[in-house]
Write a protein that binds this ligand. Structure first.
Ligand code: FBP
Length: 330
Protein backbone atom coordinates (compact mmCIF):
# COMPACT_ATOMS: atom_id res chain seq x y z
CA UNK A 1 0.00 0.00 0.00
CA UNK A 2 1.39 3.40 -0.92
CA UNK A 3 1.87 5.89 1.90
CA UNK A 4 0.08 9.18 1.34
CA UNK A 5 -0.11 12.33 3.42
CA UNK A 6 2.40 14.93 4.52
CA UNK A 7 5.56 15.05 2.45
CA UNK A 8 8.96 15.87 3.93
CA UNK A 9 9.13 19.02 1.81
CA UNK A 10 5.80 20.19 3.20
CA UNK A 11 6.81 19.31 6.76
CA UNK A 12 10.04 21.28 6.46
CA UNK A 13 8.03 24.41 5.75
CA UNK A 14 6.74 24.24 9.35
CA UNK A 15 10.28 24.56 10.75
CA UNK A 16 11.21 27.90 12.28
CA UNK A 17 14.85 27.86 11.17
CA UNK A 18 15.83 28.67 7.60
CA UNK A 19 17.64 25.39 7.03
CA UNK A 20 14.86 23.65 5.09
CA UNK A 21 16.99 23.74 1.90
CA UNK A 22 19.80 21.94 3.75
CA UNK A 23 17.49 19.13 4.87
CA UNK A 24 15.87 18.98 1.45
CA UNK A 25 19.33 18.47 -0.06
CA UNK A 26 20.11 15.77 2.52
CA UNK A 27 16.92 13.98 1.50
CA UNK A 28 18.05 14.19 -2.13
CA UNK A 29 21.38 12.63 -1.11
CA UNK A 30 19.43 9.86 0.63
CA UNK A 31 17.46 9.12 -2.53
CA UNK A 32 20.63 8.96 -4.61
CA UNK A 33 22.43 6.70 -2.15
CA UNK A 34 19.35 4.46 -1.81
CA UNK A 35 19.22 4.09 -5.61
CA UNK A 36 22.96 3.45 -5.87
CA UNK A 37 22.82 0.78 -3.16
CA UNK A 38 20.13 -1.08 -5.06
CA UNK A 39 22.29 -1.42 -8.14
CA UNK A 40 25.77 -1.37 -6.56
CA UNK A 41 26.41 -5.03 -7.35
CA UNK A 42 25.54 -4.42 -11.00
CA UNK A 43 27.79 -1.45 -11.60
CA UNK A 44 30.96 -2.55 -9.81
CA UNK A 45 30.44 -0.28 -6.80
CA UNK A 46 31.08 -3.01 -4.22
CA UNK A 47 34.46 -3.65 -2.60
CA UNK A 48 37.34 -1.43 -1.51
CA UNK A 49 39.06 1.54 -3.17
CA UNK A 50 42.49 0.49 -1.87
CA UNK A 51 42.77 3.62 0.31
CA UNK A 52 42.39 4.33 4.03
CA UNK A 53 40.36 7.07 5.72
CA UNK A 54 41.49 9.33 8.57
CA UNK A 55 40.41 6.65 11.06
CA UNK A 56 42.84 4.17 9.48
CA UNK A 57 39.94 2.11 8.10
CA UNK A 58 39.82 0.64 4.59
CA UNK A 59 37.61 2.79 2.39
CA UNK A 60 34.87 1.16 0.38
CA UNK A 61 34.00 2.48 -3.07
CA UNK A 62 30.50 3.37 -1.95
CA UNK A 63 31.83 5.35 1.04
CA UNK A 64 33.73 7.62 -1.31
CA UNK A 65 30.98 7.88 -3.87
CA UNK A 66 28.43 8.78 -1.17
CA UNK A 67 30.79 11.32 0.38
CA UNK A 68 31.32 13.07 -2.96
CA UNK A 69 27.58 13.05 -3.63
CA UNK A 70 26.82 14.66 -0.27
CA UNK A 71 29.51 17.28 -0.72
CA UNK A 72 28.11 18.33 -4.10
CA UNK A 73 24.51 18.24 -2.96
CA UNK A 74 25.08 20.21 0.26
CA UNK A 75 27.19 22.77 -1.56
CA UNK A 76 24.27 23.21 -3.94
CA UNK A 77 22.01 24.34 -1.06
CA UNK A 78 24.03 27.56 -0.94
CA UNK A 79 23.57 27.61 2.84
CA UNK A 80 26.39 25.35 3.93
CA UNK A 81 29.69 27.00 4.74
CA UNK A 82 31.58 24.05 6.21
CA UNK A 83 31.39 20.27 5.93
CA UNK A 84 32.92 17.69 8.25
CA UNK A 85 32.76 14.07 7.15
CA UNK A 86 34.03 10.75 8.35
CA UNK A 87 35.61 10.37 4.92
CA UNK A 88 37.53 13.69 4.90
CA UNK A 89 40.62 14.29 7.06
CA UNK A 90 39.94 18.03 7.30
CA UNK A 91 36.75 20.11 7.13
CA UNK A 92 35.76 21.42 3.73
CA UNK A 93 35.17 25.16 3.66
CA UNK A 94 33.17 26.98 0.95
CA UNK A 95 34.19 30.63 1.15
CA UNK A 96 31.50 31.72 -1.30
CA UNK A 97 28.70 30.36 0.87
CA UNK A 98 29.84 31.75 4.21
CA UNK A 99 27.46 34.47 5.21
CA UNK A 100 25.21 35.45 8.09
CA UNK A 101 22.96 32.47 8.83
CA UNK A 102 24.97 29.79 7.07
CA UNK A 103 25.45 26.30 8.48
CA UNK A 104 28.02 23.67 9.25
CA UNK A 105 27.07 20.06 8.54
CA UNK A 106 28.80 17.04 10.05
CA UNK A 107 27.97 13.73 8.41
CA UNK A 108 28.80 10.07 8.04
CA UNK A 109 27.78 9.34 4.44
CA UNK A 110 27.65 5.56 4.82
CA UNK A 111 27.39 4.17 8.30
CA UNK A 112 27.84 0.42 8.73
CA UNK A 113 30.15 0.02 5.73
CA UNK A 114 30.94 -3.58 6.60
CA UNK A 115 27.36 -4.38 5.57
CA UNK A 116 27.80 -3.04 2.02
CA UNK A 117 29.07 -6.22 0.40
CA UNK A 118 26.62 -8.48 2.23
CA UNK A 119 23.44 -6.61 1.33
CA UNK A 120 22.88 -5.59 4.95
CA UNK A 121 21.25 -2.46 6.35
CA UNK A 122 23.18 0.82 6.07
CA UNK A 123 22.68 4.41 7.08
CA UNK A 124 23.66 8.05 6.75
CA UNK A 125 23.93 10.29 9.84
CA UNK A 126 23.86 14.09 9.81
CA UNK A 127 24.13 16.99 12.22
CA UNK A 128 23.44 20.64 11.38
CA UNK A 129 25.04 23.46 13.38
CA UNK A 130 25.12 27.22 12.93
CA UNK A 131 28.27 28.88 11.62
CA UNK A 132 28.94 31.77 13.94
CA UNK A 133 32.08 33.07 12.31
CA UNK A 134 32.36 33.35 8.55
CA UNK A 135 36.06 32.77 8.07
CA UNK A 136 37.86 29.49 7.66
CA UNK A 137 39.88 30.19 10.79
CA UNK A 138 36.69 30.35 12.84
CA UNK A 139 35.68 26.91 11.65
CA UNK A 140 37.27 25.12 14.57
CA UNK A 141 35.42 26.87 17.41
CA UNK A 142 32.13 26.52 15.49
CA UNK A 143 32.63 22.82 14.82
CA UNK A 144 33.83 22.03 18.30
CA UNK A 145 30.78 23.26 20.20
CA UNK A 146 28.84 20.85 22.37
CA UNK A 147 26.07 18.69 20.91
CA UNK A 148 23.53 20.92 22.64
CA UNK A 149 24.30 23.49 19.91
CA UNK A 150 22.94 21.31 17.09
CA UNK A 151 19.96 22.89 15.35
CA UNK A 152 18.93 19.74 13.49
CA UNK A 153 20.09 16.15 13.36
CA UNK A 154 18.96 12.85 12.04
CA UNK A 155 19.70 9.82 9.96
CA UNK A 156 18.63 7.86 6.94
CA UNK A 157 18.29 4.11 7.09
CA UNK A 158 18.57 2.05 3.93
CA UNK A 159 16.89 -1.23 4.83
CA UNK A 160 13.88 -2.98 3.40
CA UNK A 161 12.76 0.58 2.75
CA UNK A 162 14.47 3.97 2.99
CA UNK A 163 13.47 6.05 5.99
CA UNK A 164 14.66 9.50 7.01
CA UNK A 165 14.28 10.51 10.66
CA UNK A 166 15.09 14.00 11.91
CA UNK A 167 14.59 16.43 14.74
CA UNK A 168 15.07 20.14 15.22
CA UNK A 169 14.37 19.79 18.93
CA UNK A 170 10.60 19.90 18.59
CA UNK A 171 9.62 16.26 18.12
CA UNK A 172 11.20 13.45 16.15
CA UNK A 173 9.56 12.54 12.85
CA UNK A 174 10.23 9.74 10.38
CA UNK A 175 9.56 9.84 6.62
CA UNK A 176 9.46 6.79 4.38
CA UNK A 177 10.50 7.02 0.76
CA UNK A 178 7.93 6.03 -1.81
CA UNK A 179 10.35 4.87 -4.51
CA UNK A 180 7.69 5.01 -7.23
CA UNK A 181 7.36 8.76 -7.04
CA UNK A 182 10.62 9.60 -5.25
CA UNK A 183 8.94 11.39 -2.37
CA UNK A 184 9.40 11.01 1.42
CA UNK A 185 6.08 10.79 3.29
CA UNK A 186 5.53 11.24 7.03
CA UNK A 187 5.16 7.66 8.27
CA UNK A 188 6.36 7.95 11.90
CA UNK A 189 5.02 11.18 13.43
CA UNK A 190 6.25 12.31 16.83
CA UNK A 191 8.34 9.23 17.68
CA UNK A 192 8.58 8.48 21.40
CA UNK A 193 11.23 6.04 22.62
CA UNK A 194 9.74 3.49 25.04
CA UNK A 195 10.85 4.14 28.64
CA UNK A 196 12.33 0.68 28.81
CA UNK A 197 13.03 -2.14 26.35
CA UNK A 198 13.79 -5.83 26.13
CA UNK A 199 16.86 -5.85 23.90
CA UNK A 200 20.51 -4.88 24.11
CA UNK A 201 22.72 -4.22 21.13
CA UNK A 202 26.49 -4.50 21.40
CA UNK A 203 29.41 -6.24 19.69
CA UNK A 204 29.72 -8.90 22.36
CA UNK A 205 32.75 -10.39 20.62
CA UNK A 206 34.68 -7.58 22.31
CA UNK A 207 33.53 -8.71 25.79
CA UNK A 208 36.99 -9.62 27.03
CA UNK A 209 38.41 -6.29 25.84
CA UNK A 210 35.91 -4.23 27.83
CA UNK A 211 36.39 -2.56 31.18
CA UNK A 212 34.88 -4.49 34.13
CA UNK A 213 31.86 -2.11 34.40
CA UNK A 214 30.79 -2.92 30.83
CA UNK A 215 31.12 -6.65 31.44
CA UNK A 216 29.18 -6.40 34.71
CA UNK A 217 26.34 -4.48 33.06
CA UNK A 218 26.02 -6.91 30.15
CA UNK A 219 26.23 -9.87 32.56
CA UNK A 220 23.33 -8.27 34.47
CA UNK A 221 21.20 -7.98 31.31
CA UNK A 222 21.83 -11.67 30.56
CA UNK A 223 20.83 -12.93 33.99
CA UNK A 224 17.47 -14.63 34.38
CA UNK A 225 15.05 -12.61 36.51
CA UNK A 226 11.47 -12.65 35.32
CA UNK A 227 10.39 -9.83 37.64
CA UNK A 228 12.74 -7.33 36.02
CA UNK A 229 12.23 -8.62 32.47
CA UNK A 230 15.63 -10.28 32.17
CA UNK A 231 17.34 -11.73 30.27
CA UNK A 232 17.25 -9.08 27.55
CA UNK A 233 17.51 -10.37 23.97
CA UNK A 234 20.59 -9.55 21.91
CA UNK A 235 20.14 -7.77 18.56
CA UNK A 236 23.15 -6.49 16.59
CA UNK A 237 23.29 -5.70 12.86
CA UNK A 238 26.75 -4.09 12.74
CA UNK A 239 25.21 -0.85 11.43
CA UNK A 240 24.68 1.76 14.13
CA UNK A 241 21.79 3.40 12.29
CA UNK A 242 19.87 0.13 12.00
CA UNK A 243 20.47 -0.79 15.64
CA UNK A 244 19.64 2.73 16.72
CA UNK A 245 16.42 2.83 14.67
CA UNK A 246 15.15 -0.38 16.25
CA UNK A 247 16.09 0.87 19.72
CA UNK A 248 14.34 4.20 19.11
CA UNK A 249 11.10 2.54 17.99
CA UNK A 250 11.01 -0.52 20.23
CA UNK A 251 13.14 0.48 23.22
CA UNK A 252 16.22 -1.12 24.76
CA UNK A 253 19.84 -0.09 24.72
CA UNK A 254 22.74 0.19 22.24
CA UNK A 255 26.33 0.28 23.48
CA UNK A 256 29.75 0.76 21.92
CA UNK A 257 31.90 0.86 25.05
CA UNK A 258 35.51 1.88 25.54
CA UNK A 259 38.11 -0.78 24.86
CA UNK A 260 40.51 -1.61 27.67
CA UNK A 261 42.98 -3.39 25.35
CA UNK A 262 42.95 -1.84 21.89
CA UNK A 263 45.02 1.36 21.89
CA UNK A 264 43.10 2.42 18.75
CA UNK A 265 39.76 2.31 20.60
CA UNK A 266 40.42 3.46 24.19
CA UNK A 267 37.29 5.59 23.98
CA UNK A 268 35.25 3.21 21.87
CA UNK A 269 34.85 3.32 18.11
CA UNK A 270 32.10 5.77 17.35
CA UNK A 271 32.69 9.39 16.42
CA UNK A 272 31.24 12.24 18.47
CA UNK A 273 30.44 14.87 15.83
CA UNK A 274 28.74 12.75 13.19
CA UNK A 275 27.57 9.63 15.05
CA UNK A 276 27.08 10.01 18.82
CA UNK A 277 25.99 13.67 19.04
CA UNK A 278 23.34 13.64 16.28
CA UNK A 279 21.85 10.33 17.42
CA UNK A 280 22.02 11.56 21.02
CA UNK A 281 20.00 14.62 20.04
CA UNK A 282 17.36 12.49 18.29
CA UNK A 283 17.15 10.04 21.20
CA UNK A 284 16.79 12.76 23.83
CA UNK A 285 14.06 14.60 21.94
CA UNK A 286 12.23 11.26 21.66
CA UNK A 287 12.43 10.88 25.46
CA UNK A 288 15.43 8.54 25.66
CA UNK A 289 19.01 9.14 26.84
CA UNK A 290 22.55 9.14 25.43
CA UNK A 291 25.55 8.82 27.70
CA UNK A 292 29.18 7.76 27.87
CA UNK A 293 28.31 6.01 31.12
CA UNK A 294 29.94 8.91 32.94
CA UNK A 295 28.29 11.91 31.29
CA UNK A 296 25.63 13.06 28.85
CA UNK A 297 26.81 12.83 25.23
CA UNK A 298 25.40 16.27 24.33
CA UNK A 299 27.44 17.90 27.12
CA UNK A 300 30.81 16.67 25.82
CA UNK A 301 33.07 19.50 24.72
CA UNK A 302 34.63 18.16 21.50
CA UNK A 303 38.39 18.44 21.22
CA UNK A 304 38.90 17.27 17.63
CA UNK A 305 36.85 16.74 14.48
CA UNK A 306 37.10 12.95 14.49
CA UNK A 307 37.00 12.39 18.25
CA UNK A 308 35.69 9.01 19.41
CA UNK A 309 33.51 8.49 22.47
CA UNK A 310 31.93 5.54 24.25
CA UNK A 311 28.22 5.50 23.40
CA UNK A 312 25.38 4.15 25.52
CA UNK A 313 22.05 5.14 24.02
CA UNK A 314 18.43 4.12 24.21
CA UNK A 315 15.45 3.94 26.54
CA UNK A 316 15.78 6.33 29.48
CA UNK A 317 15.47 3.65 32.19
CA UNK A 318 17.88 1.30 30.45
CA UNK A 319 20.55 3.99 30.02
CA UNK A 320 20.09 5.12 33.62
CA UNK A 321 20.58 1.50 34.71
CA UNK A 322 23.80 1.34 32.65
CA UNK A 323 25.02 4.58 34.25
CA UNK A 324 24.47 3.03 37.68
CA UNK A 325 26.93 0.31 36.73
CA UNK A 326 29.45 2.66 35.10
CA UNK A 327 29.39 5.07 38.05
CA UNK A 328 29.79 2.29 40.62
CA UNK A 329 26.34 2.49 42.20
CA UNK A 330 25.70 -1.14 41.32
P1 FBP B 1 31.53 3.07 9.79
O1 FBP B 1 30.86 4.41 9.89
O2 FBP B 1 32.97 3.16 9.42
O3 FBP B 1 30.80 2.15 8.91
O4 FBP B 1 31.63 2.42 11.28
C1 FBP B 1 30.65 2.54 12.23
C2 FBP B 1 30.09 1.20 12.58
O5 FBP B 1 30.03 0.39 11.44
C3 FBP B 1 28.71 1.32 13.20
O6 FBP B 1 27.74 1.49 12.24
C4 FBP B 1 28.55 0.02 13.93
O7 FBP B 1 27.68 0.08 15.02
C5 FBP B 1 29.93 -0.26 14.35
O8 FBP B 1 30.82 0.48 13.52
C6 FBP B 1 30.22 -1.71 14.20
O9 FBP B 1 31.51 -1.93 14.65
P2 FBP B 1 32.02 -3.39 15.01
O10 FBP B 1 32.18 -4.11 13.72
O11 FBP B 1 33.30 -3.14 15.72
O12 FBP B 1 30.97 -4.01 15.89
Amino acid sequence: MRIVGTTLVHHLLTEKEAFAPVLTQISLGAKLIGRELQQAGLVNMLGYTGGMNVQGEKVKKLDLWANDAFVEILKESGLVCTLISEEMDEPLHFNDYCKEGSYLVCFDPIDGSSNIDVNGALGTIFSVRRRRGKEADHMRPDALEKGTEQVAAGYVMYGTGTILVYTTGRGVNGFTLDPNIGEFFLSHPNIQAPKRGKTYSVNEGNYHHWHPQSRKFIDHLREIDKASGRPYSLRYTGALVADFHRTLLEGGIYLYPADADDPKKPTGKLRLLYEAAPLGFVMEVAGGKASTGEMRILDIQPSSYHQRVPLIIGSAEDVTMAEDFYQGRR
